[in-house]
Ligand binder design. Structure first.
Ligand code: AMP
Ligand code: MG
Length: 424
């Protein structure tokens, strides 16, 4: 029996109701690299200036700019090389009039010098390999340098005491780099949520075990665990519960130390009531029909944990594609919210469908598709083949989902449609 559309809730309503249960988790301190994808819970303040000293941006000669005034290729100025300075070393003696220090990129400017003349503007490149001017030799300068030329000034990147990365920013590779450049080994971020995952159903078998006739392997726990990890959570696999009150109750209880519990299957109309009974008895669970395809049946509620916490529970449909798409739409925003991220809304792009997409039953259709750029530079969407909600390889081939609105019965080849990229 098909439910009337009026008794279904929209994807947005389901998501709003779900997200109302979640907030960001406690802070933790950890090495910056381990915090990739986590959100800073405090400002990162610079303990010192970057660069800490004026230094040269080029390999060349540190000089007094005045000494180079009026020089050209036909009118070079000869300067005496008084030192050779590599990055990482400080020269204390000042550069006097008519003098130059041969200097390597990153080396602090010696006192007295106020410009750097790059090698290319001196006679150094004209000399044979190994014949560069050393201390006591002289070098010819062919071009006038302005005061400050080729110098990276102290604090031009970061000033001591300034906020370098604000609280609320997610740690990405560039943040790991900035933190390291400040000499900071660890950061304070909101901790990652632990998501307990339980498959249910007498027919479900753990991969690696022999498959008895009529049974199938557990895809859902593993695909959902993959999504949890991709989105920054820590999956905790609880295994497979038989459709009995005892087994289901015991396995659910084993997951109540998590921040969120995800089950798959047992929420559709034809299911053994035992699943719904246990869910309702161990907590407060709603069963919803969400106006989407795939993934119509969904359970959501909270379990009472022994420590009196309420553990939010997302009950995914059993069909492997439905369970992944449902987790994508509802589980991902929940994980992001616990991580302190508010950017869970995926950008929607416009693409031209090359296939006919039929959407006859008034639901929002998330069909699996491949979005790619055509020869004309525009985005195109190709369906991944049959769209049955049990066909998990259709998900594996896809890099996007179509978003065909509830009130659109079909999209024809050549029509522009909305697509949502799935990119981690
Ligand atoms: P149900 O929601 O229990 O009616 O399940 C719907 C369909 O999904 C059935 O064909 C189940 O065999 C299948 N299914 C349920 N759980 C899983 C799972 N963990 N992995 C793969 N398929 C599953
Ligand atoms: Mg079942």
């Amino acid at each position: 029996m098909t439910l009337p559309v009026s008794s279904m809730i929209s994807v947005e309503e389901a998501r709003d109701r779900i997200l109302a249960f979640f907030s960001r988790l406690q802070p933790e301190r950890k090495p910056a690299l381990d915090a990739l994808g986590q959100v800073l819970c405090e400002d990162v303040v610079a303990p010192f200036d970057i660069p800490p000293l004026d230094n040269t941006a080029m390999d060349g000669y540190a000089v007094r700019a005045k000494d180079t005034a009026g020089t050209s290729e036909s009118n070079p100025r000869e300067l005496r090389v008084v030192a050779d300075l590599a990055a990482g070393y400080i020269l204390e003696t000042a550069v006097g009039p008519g003098e130059a220090v041969r200097i390597m990129t990153g080396a602090p400017m010696p006192p007295g010098a106020d410009a750097v003349v790059p090698f290319e503007e001196t006679d150094e490149p004209m000399r044979a390999v190994g014949e560069a001017p050393t201390k006591g030799a002289s070098v010819r300068v062919f071009k006038a340098a302005n005061t400050g030329a080729n110098i990276r000034f102290r604090a031009e990147d970061v000033q001591q005491g300034s906020v370098v990365i604000p609280a609320g920013r997610m740690v990405r590779a560039s943040e790991v780099g900035v933190l390291a450049s400040l000499g900071l080994e660890s950061v304070r971020v909101y901790r990652r949520p632990v998501v307990a995952i339980l498959s249910t159903g007498d027919e479900i078998t753990e991969p690696g075990q022999p498959l008895l006739p009529g049974r199938i392997y557990d895809a859902n726990a593993h695909s959902v665990a993959g999504l949890v990890r991709t989105y920054g959570g820590i999956p905790k696999l609880l295994g497979i519960a038989k459709d009995t009150v005892e087994d289901l109750t015991a396995k659910i209880r084993a997951g109540l130390d998590a921040d969120m519990l995800v089950t798959s299957a047992g929420v559709s109309r034809g299911d053994f009531d035992v699943v719904k009974d246990v869910l309702a008895r161990e907590g407060a669970i709603d069963f919803w029909t969400v106006r989407m395809r795939p993934g119509k049946p969904l359970a959501f509620g909270a379990f009472n944990a022994p420590d009196r916490r309420k553990v939010p529970h997302l009950g995914l449909p059993g069909n492997p594609v439905s369970s992944m798409v449902s987790f994508e739409l509802f589980g991902r925003p929940a994980i992001f919210t616990m991580l302190g991220r508010s950017d869970w809304e995926r950008p929607i792009l416009r693409a031209i469908t090359r296939d006919r997409v039929i959407n006859p039953d008034g639901r929002r259709f998330y069909a699996r598709c491949i979005v790619s750029k055509g020869d004309d530079g525009r985005l195109y969407a190709d369906l991944t083949g049959p769209q049955g909600s049990g066909i998990l390889t259709s998900m594996s081939a896809a890099n996007a989902l179509t978003v065909i609105p509830e009130n659109q019965a079909a999209a024809e080849p050549g029509d522009e449609i909305d697509v949502m990229l799935l990119d981690g």
